[in-house]
Design a protein around this ligand. Structure first.
Ligand SMILES: C[S@@+](CC[C@H](N)C(=O)[O-])C[C@H]1O[C@@H](n2cnc3c(N)ncnc32)[C@H](O)[C@@H]1O
Length: 322
């Protein structure tokens, strides 16, 4: 551990752990500082980043069917959105639910205080009648599910964010969620489907270089917050896709032998030429795998919505009785 007698935050500890390990890695939840949030909002507008377009299409064209699943029994609910981001797609549903006089509270959860503030302000301006209860924090800690026990819970986990979790993290996450939901509660998850590998690769290697900048921004964040000396032009953005596992992976590859020092930690890290840092995995699923995942974790698949191109799905699961 760093030798200085410093109180280190979890960002510093996780960065140290990731850069000391072989192979090197950095947790993707740290992409989202103010600059990272802005870059991700830009990614969502890219032609190559089809995921946002598909999920938006599903909400626009199938919002009534979604509401039937959520509110067919007219039970008031709390809509908890995990990793809500700027909520731009969710607003389509929120707006529609309000227009149908649905009795619900919206509780967006995000690790980034910056994007949560932006979301809250834009929603309060655009949808003044909505009751919103934002929660800043890590969605792996599920305390937020204790919030309002008098209402049924409906969880949203959109944007294919589940694909950023490893198999073990997905299992732990779903187990945690299962423990904290009551039978009958629902979760709607956005999954990106396996498809032509070239289409997938382009989504993580766009022609304008925004995804490259999004990855490099984490090195910039480390420079800024941990007094590092990463030289960004000595790292190459390298996305790959494994059609067998369905994993799109992003790496930053060191183009030369170099040493990076983080002054705040009094630590240096040696990079060999062409050594890679694993930055993010974005897993793609088959429909069969989605159904199996639901069943393994005691959920019943109520309905799976798809866009016209069949690139992406939103799957609605119901928690079964134990
Ligand atoms: C890929 S973006 C998706 C945003 C939004 N769900 C959408 O579909 O547009 C992931 C979001 O999850 C948040 N996030 C990432 N890891 C998180 C964590 N462990 N806990 C809470 N929020 C997290 C990020 O700050 C970011 O806003």
């Amino acid at each position: 551990m760093p030798s200085q007698n410093l109180t280190l935050n979890s960002f510093a500890l996780d960065v140290h752990r990731g850069l000391s390990h072989s192979p090197k890695s950095l947790p993707c939840k740290y992409f989202y500082d103010a600059q990272g949030d802005a870059l991700f909002q830009q990614i969502m507008t890219l032609d190559e980043y089809y995921l946002t377009r598909c999920e938006r299409e599903i909400f626009l064209t199938q919002k009534q069917h979604i509401l039937d699943l959520f509110y067919g029994d007219r039970q008031p609910f709390t809509l908890v959105e995990l990793g809500a981001g700027d909520g731009s797609k969710t607003k389509i549903l929120l707006d529609y639910f309000l227009s149908q006089a649905v009795d619900f509270i919206y509780a967006p959860v995000d690790i980034s205080e910056n994007i949560l503030t932006h979301l809250t302000e834009t929603i309060q301006a655009d949808l003044p009648n909505l009751t919103i209860a934002p929660i800043q924090g890590d969605y792996v800690h599920t305390d937020f599910l204790d919030h309002d026990l008098s209402r049924r819970k409906i969880l949203l986990f959109l944007g294919s964010t589940i694909g950023n979790l490893s198999d073990q993290e997905t299992a732990d996450f779903l187990q945690n969620i299962t423990r904290n939901l009551d039978p009958g509660d629902l979760i709607m998850l956005g999954f990106d489907l396996m498809k032509d590998p070239q289409i997938i690769l382009k989504a993580y290697d766009d022609s304008q270089g925004v995804t490259r900048a999004f990855n490099l921004n984490l090195l910039e964040r480390i420079n800024r917050e941990l007094e590092g000396d990463f030289q960004l032009d000595h790292f190459q953005h390298c996305p790959i896709y494994h059609p067998l596992t369905g994993e799109a992976q992003s790496y930053l590859v060191s183009t030369c032998t170099q040493t990076v020092t983080l002054n705040k930690l009094s630590q240096s890290y040696i990079f060999e030429a062409w050594e890679a840092i694993h930055m993010e995995t974005s897993r793609k699923y088959s429909r069969k795998q989605i159904k199996e995942l639901a069943e393994q974790h005691h959920f019943r698949v109520l309905h799976t919505f798809s866009d016209q191109q069949k690139y992406y799905v939103n799957s609605v699961w119901q928690k079964l009785a134990d």
